[in-house]
Design a protein around this ligand. Structure first.
Ligand SMILES: [Zn+2]
Length: 200
């Protein structure tokens, strides 16, 4: 299950990026008409199944065709901004000052915060930060709701890539490349997002 607060975050961000008509169209094609002009409240009550959430992601990608990937990334970026603005307590950011920490620690902090917020929203979520494999930090989730039940030859969690890109920018002040190296939809045991080079 995905909780109200996260569905509200996704719908608000999607509407910001796609406009109301665009969002309404994909809500219809993904069987989520009930949310048209009727976003769920900002609480941790169960809202929709992961399969419905992944259908919404698929519908957005299909709606924009070749531009779908970029659109989902933009929605992901807007989602993180929304979370900082409206859900700072859930993310554990209230009163936090990262300035004095080295960059890697700052990035690690925000990725841990994202994993923690997801786990707070649903104890069944398995999300964590991997700092063991060489130099690169990676954010991992084995219960990803974005690709739940989908199959693909290539990674498809573009909305997640957008959120993590924005989170790392928030923490470090620099836009790093985020690469989804593994994806449940490809048959991997988890979705893995690697924090790469700074984008020039
Ligand atoms: Zn995924």
């Amino acid at each position: 299950m995905i909780v109200n607060a996260l569905v509200r975050q996704a719908l608000t961000s999607a509407q910001e990026v796609m406009g109301e008509n665009g969002l309404n169209a994909v809500l219809r094609t993904s069987g989520l008409e009930r949310f048209i002009s009727n976003f769920p409240p900002d609480n941790l009550e169960p809202s929709i199944q992961a399969s419905q959430y992944s259908k919404l992601n698929e519908a957005i990608e299909a709606f924009y065709g070749r531009g779908g990937r970029g659109m989902l990334r933009r929605i992901g970026k807007a989602s993180f901004q929304y979370a900082v603005r409206e859900q700072a307590a859930l993310l554990g950011l209230a009163g936090i000052a990262l300035k004095l920490l080295p960059e890697k620690q700052r990035i690690k902090f925000i990725l841990n915060s994202m994993a923690g917020a997801l786990k707070k929203s649903n104890p069944q979520v398995e999300a964590w930060v991997d700092d063991d494999s060489g130099e690169r930090l990676a954010y991992m989730e084995s219960t990803c709701g974005i690709c739940y039940g989908r199959e693909s030859d290539t990674p498809i969690c573009h909305l997640y890539v957008g959120s993590i890109t924005e989170a790392v920018l928030w923490a470090s002040g620099k836009e790093h490349q985020i690469i989804e190296t593994h994806c449940l939809a490809k048959g991997d045991p988890y979705c893995r997002f690697e924090v790469g080079e700074v984008r020039e």
